[in-house]
Unconditional design. Structure first.
Length: 438
């Protein structure tokens, strides 16, 4: 029986979930706040964590960071209200695997849990679930991928969370001459500071407390193939130095060992922010940036992909039909209009989740507006009508709202707010000034 921890202050809800998952052969442990959850994850092993975003003594992100800092790679699902989706997107950058929006439908939850636990077993097997899109931006994107795939250049893939950076990296690998060698993806956001070097370069027995055996690093495992480092901006300065050396000299040295090993690995990295900002604040090494930036691929957000949005909608409907054994063929015009109008801050990941839920809630082969979260309508209505064609103004309204919301959440602690928003404090101050936020 898989052991799952749910961290949720609404005990009635937690008990309902406990009963439901119990019937489906999952054992559930309940923690009602962060304090209890910290104690449980420190002493017990879980196969999955289900964490409410808003908790009495903090947010789910605090627990997420705690778990990742301890080097645990357990899958984590964040439960959030639809209004918090933008922040939930951030949780993915910090190493959560997925998020699910409230009100939670038990069948949907079960589906996400099963998906994650099964994905753990059968990693890297999702090629057929992907499509490229037919818009001009998609054509340009895949032209660039075709062009650089044949070379051995390092590549930076930049794009918002959920835009498909990992898929782009895999495609690049599969089109390269390294295609029959390993493609290893590492989420640097899910690596603790202490364990990152050992994960990448390996260690020998006794190199540090807890190193009970020799361990091969991912560089060695990927030898001959491609190493994909997702959320590269999260690597510590010390690991950045080691990475630069590995790239320049093509040599790695496991922690605690004198032996140097030659490696032939192509590096692709992904980032959701412009690494230039990290360089300005001194958090990202300039020399490493230039070594990585032999070619840059920018993945556009979903809201800028024009007619691809509709293509992706129907693609995800088909996938959900297969997964849920449904037969949704049509989408009611109102529902479709809303799907096309919404701005998708969580990009393809959010669209996939919303569509899956819509298919699940469709009683017949016609998907209706009632299958879409009510908050989507509210979010769309909040876009000021007078300037609805002015993209810059819309983005500014969204940005201002998000900053105000985040500041309220952290009781106006600017450092915390900047961290959550993934910008530096200086940028936060200048944006607050610009939008007249006290
Ligand atoms: N081309 C695609 N076709 C279909 N689905 C896609 C495609 N690209 C991405 N997705 C969906 O979006 C999800 C997120 O994709 P992916 O993990 O590649 O994004 P990402 O940009 O790397 O996200 P993050 O920045 O959060 O790591 C995938 O699990 C998949 O369901």
């Amino acid at each position: 029986m898989s052991q799952i921890l749910i961290v949720e202050d609404d005990t009635t809800f937690a008990q309902i979930i406990e009963g439901f998952l119990g019937k489906n052969n999952y054992a559930l442990e309940i923690a009602v706040d962060l304090n209890q959850a910290f104690k449980l994850v420190d002493k017990q092993e879980f196969e999955l964590l289900l964490i409410d975003y808003r908790l009495p003594d903090g947010t789910g992100l605090d627990l997420l960071k705690h778990v990742r800092d301890r080097g645990l790679t357990v899958p984590i699902i964040i439960m959030t209200s639809f209004n918090d989706v933008r922040t939930a997107v951030k949780s993915i950058q910090l190493g959560a695997f997925d998020y699910i929006t409230k009100p939670i439908n038990p069948d949907e939850l079960l589906m996400v849990i099963k998906g994650l636990l099964e994905k753990k077993k059968t990693k890297n097997n999702e090629g057929k679930d992907f499509i490229k899109g037919k818009s001009a931006v998609a054509d340009r994107l895949y032209e660039h991928i075709d062009l650089v795939a044949q070379t051995d250049m390092s590549v930076i893939i930049q794009g918002e969370s959920g835009t498909g950076k990992e898929f782009a990296a895999r495609t690049l690998h599969l089109q390269s001459k390294r295609k029959n060698k390993p493609f290893i993806a590492i989420d640097c956001g899910a690596l603790s500071k202490d364990l990152a070097a050992s994960e990448l370069f390996g260690h020998v027995k006794g190199a540090f407390t807890g190193a009970v055996n020799d361990k091969k690093g991912q560089f060695e495992i990927a030898n001959g193939g491609t190493l994909f480092l997702d959320e590269i901006g999260n690597l510590s300065y010390e690991v950045q130095i080691k990475l630069l050396r590995a790239l320049q000299e093509r040599i790695i040295q496991p922690l605690g060992s004198n032996k140097q090993t030659n490696v032939d690995v192509r590096i692709i990295v992904a980032t959701n922010e412009d690494l230039n900002n990290g360089m300005k604040t001194g958090e990202f090494r300039e020399d490493l940036y230039h070594r990585l930036n032999e070619f840059k691929i920018i993945i556009p957000p979903l809201r800028e992909r024009g007619k691809d949005l509709e293509l992706f909608i129907y693609h995800f409907v088909e996938l959900a039909n297969k997964e849920l054994n449904r037969n949704v063929k049509e989408i009611e015009p109102d529902a479709k209009a809303l799907l096309l109008k919404y701005d998708w801050p969580g990009n393809l990941r959010e669209l996939r989740n919303v569509i899956k839920r819509m298919v699940l809630l469709s009683p017949s082969n016609l998907a209706t507006l009632s299958g879409l979260p009510e908050e989507m309508t509210i979010a769309v209505d909040q876009i000021p009508i007078s300037s609805s064609s002015d993209l810059k103004a819309i983005n500014e309204v969204n940005e201002k709202n998000l900053i105000v919301e985040t500041l309220n959440k952290v009781r106006h602690n600017k450092s915390k707010a900047a961290k959550l928003l993934n910008i530096d404090r200086k940028t936060l101050y200048s944006k607050m000034e610009r939008y007249g936020i006290d």
